[in-house]
Design a protein around this ligand. Structure first.
Ligand code: GDP
Ligand code: MG
Length: 186
């Protein structure tokens, strides 16, 4: 059995639901926070994910970051050498989707590796009447940037842990790929 650790940056504009998704994942779906409290510092939540059919585990260090620029500057240094990226936007906010490009660029500038396992999460899928970001458009953008796409509703506990499980799997896969490359060099 192998146990890996991955530093996972959870990025996106403020109020898109980053902290809510992380807390739900941590508590296995028993903690939906209705009252909004802005994250002002970097919170790190650790959760171990079992990788199916392998007996291996990936310990995710989820770095919950504040979305406001002022706080972002203070915590940016903690983003060094990310192992995975969870990029979140709110389907009722066009701006939060448009800003994903900037968040992606910021995180990529922190990594030296050309491959960074990443997912794009379209959250608040329950708010169908207020939805402004088209699924196809978001899916295409994700694919063109090598990100796996998920639609979630933290409120209705829908798919909330899938993005994190996918990231753990991708990280695990990349680890074995690199190990293989390394062995072939010997
Ligand atoms: P963050 O700033 O990205 O960390 O956003 P939060 O996790 O603090 O969430 C901001 C607000 O959106 C809170 O009031 C949450 O209850 C609400 N929220 C989060 N996820 C969902 C969702 O899937 N659907 C709906 N309707 N509200 C959500
Ligand atoms: Mg937050």
């Amino acid at each position: 059995m192998v146990k890996l650790s991955a530093k996972c940056i959870v990025a996106g504009d403020s109020t898109v639901g980053k902290s809510t998704l992380i807390q739900l994942f941590r508590s296995d779906g028993s903690h939906f926070q209705k009252n909004y409290t802005m994250t002002t510092t970097m919170d790190v939540i650790v959760k171990t994910v079992q990788i199916p059919d392998s007996g291996d585990q990936v310990e995710l260090f989820l770095c919950d970051s504040p979305g406001k620029p002022l706080f972002y500057e203070m915590t940016e240094t903690l983003w060094d050498q990310p192992g995975a990226l969870c990029l979140v936007f709110d389907v009722t906010s066009e701006a939060s989707f448009a800003n994903c490009a900037r968040w992606l660029q910021r995180v990529k500038s922190k990594t030296i590796s050309p491959q960074l396992p990443g997912v794009l999460v379209a959250n608040k899928a329950d708010l169908t009447g207020r939805r402004v970001v088209d699924k196809h458009q978001a899916e295409e953008w994700a694919a063109s940037h090598g990100l796996e796409y998920f639609e979630t509703s933290a409120k209705e506990l829908e798919n909330y842990d899938e993005p994190f499980r996918a990231l753990a799997k991708m990280f695990h896969h990349l680890y074995y790929e690199r190990l293989e490359t390394f062995r072939n060099l010997l």
